[in-house]
Ligand binder design. Structure first.
Ligand code: DLZ
Length: 146
């Protein structure tokens, strides 16, 4: 199985921790560094483009999308979060490659950090686990080995 992680640099004090959690979950599932491709993008708005582009290469079985939108600090919070969520959904529908929504949408930096703690509560970890599950489901349904 090969998995891509698309991670936004915006609010990297949070997204860096989501990335760590996602990497840990993938490693625990038996994926080595060679099986994981990490793509950095400027912000959450750019995640769907990169997710779709890497899925379209055909070399990836799933995409973990990681970002962090903080309402108080983001004047057009609703536009970016909506565009990001809809864009990821459209990208997975178009490519047939499962993508997980590990994009935090919180009221404050404190709330975001609570969701990026080390261990089971880390939303990057949760998104990676969801991606693996969906990649396996897709493989089972299509008869493709992942
Ligand atoms: C511009 C912007 C703002 C204000 N806030 C966030 C945010 O909280 N989280 C995030 O990931 N990105 C933010 N961005 C950047 C946009 O996602 C995007 O990168 C720029 O608008 C350039 O297209």
């Amino acid at each position: 199985m090969r998995i891509a992680i698309v991670v936004a640099r915006f609010n990297d004090f949070v997204t860096g921790r989501l990335l760590t959690g996602a990497r840990e979950a993938l490693n625990e599932a038996g994926l080595g560094d060679a099986d994981v491709e990490v793509l950095h993008v400027p912000g959450a708005f750019e995640i769907p483009f990169a997710a779709e582009a890497v899925a379209a290469t055909g070399r990836i079985d799933g995409v973990v999308c990681l970002g962090c939108l903080i309402k108080g600090a983001t004047p057009h919070f609703e536009y970016i979060s909506s565009a990001c969520a809809h864009g990821i959904m459209a990208a997975q529908s178009k490519t047939g490659v499962p993508m997980a929504f590990g994009v935090l949408t919180t009221n404050s930096a404190e709330e975001a950090l609570e969701r990026a703690v080390a261990g089971p509560g880390n939303k990057g970890r949760e998104a990676a686990e969801a991606t693996i599950e969906m990649a396996r489901l897709r493989a089972m349904l299509s008869g493709v080995r992942a």
